[in-house]
Design a protein around this ligand. Structure first.
Ligand SMILES: [Fe+2]
Length: 311
């Protein structure tokens, strides 16, 4: 015999449905909301159907309905955790393997190891709370696309032992895949590797023309990555002033039509201010950062493990 649901049961069912929908709204992202809400409403309907066709009393029916609701909600929560785990896997890659995969020139690898080394000396001596791993990752990836801007004939020693033809071929592959802008290429590669948003933001903050923004930002992480890049020349660690002199010279070589001296002076001004901001918070001075000081970091950085998302 089938019992007709009472008006009490109807109002209870409405309340249950409303509660379930409320739980959906507060517990899930909006992107998933529509799908999950539909699933939950369908589940509630099933519960009500079960109550309508069963002989059990109101109290038992309500108890079973609530248990089923909780089970469905829990299942959905775990479902998303499981899906997230399988669809977006967090994997760990060693930076030396990434460099190998992207056929990075040895001098470029060394440059990024040194920049990360400078950053780590600062991280280990600064009183501010900083994200050491994200800073290291950003430094180790910040020039990934730089082969695009290399004039291969300028530094013939950098091309050995593979030789000029090999590196020209690699450069052409980069042109074809990432275009002619080295910064865009670096960001595209970082995205391809699957770095997290924090590292991506830091990567975008590294660059001479970002100096004003980095100075004005309250985040020391971005000041450190950007400043560290300004302490390394092709032959090793130098002072900021030496690096600025070298930068001016290199800009004239690589961008012979660029004569924006006022922009250069403005950015140099902010970089000097960033240096002051950083070293006001550290127990060391800019002169304490040397090749010798960074060497203990540089020697271990090839094994640095980068956590990346893979779909
Ligand atoms: Fe750099």
């Amino acid at each position: 015999m089938i019992n007709r649901p009472s008006s009490k049961l109807d109002s209870l069912a409405s309340t249950t449905r409303a509660s379930a929908f409320f739980i959906s709204v507060v517990s899930l992202d909006s992107a998933d909301l529509l799908f999950v809400s539909c699933v939950k409403i369908a589940s509630i309907s099933l519960c009500l159907f079960f109550l309508m066709i069963s002989d059990i009393g109101l109290r038992s029916g309500w108890f079973i309905a609530r248990v089923m609701m909780y089970m469905i909600i829990l299942y959905q929560k775990y479902y998303y955790v499981i899906i997230q785990y399988f669809e977006v896997r967090l994997i760990v890659m060693k930076i030396k393997d990434i460099y190998q995969n992207y056929k990075l020139m040895p001098n470029l690898r060394l440059h990024m190891y040194r920049v990360a080394g400078v950053a780590l000396v600062i991280c280990d001596n600064i009183s501010e709370t900083v994200d050491r791993d994200s800073i290291t990752a950003a430094c180790l990836l910040h020039d990934m696309g730089n082969i695009i801007k290399f004039k291969l004939d300028l530094f013939p020693t950098f091309l050995e032992p593979e030789g000029r033809d090999y590196w020209q071929k690699v450069q052409n592959e980069y042109f074809e895949k990432y275009g002619k802008d080295e910064h865009d290429a670096t960001i595209a590669i970082a995205r391809e590797i699957g770095v997290n948003d924090k590292v991506m933001r830091l990567l975008k903050s590294i660059g001479f023309t970002q100096a004003k923004e980095n100075y004005e930002s309250p985040q020391f992480d971005r000041k450190i990555v950007a400043y560290s890049d300004m302490r390394v020349e092709p032959n090793g660690v130098v002072s900021l002033e030496d690096r600025l002199r070298d930068g001016r010279k290199r800009t004239r070589i690589h961008k012979p039509n660029s004569h924006d001296e006022s922009l250069f002076e403005e950015m140099s001004f902010f970089l000097r201010k960033i240096e002051k901001q950083i070293f006001e918070k550290t127990s060391i001075s800019p002169d304490d950062i040397t090749d010798e000081r960074i060497s203990k970091y540089v020697s271990k950085l090839s094994d640095f493990e980068l956590s990346v998302h893979k779909s």
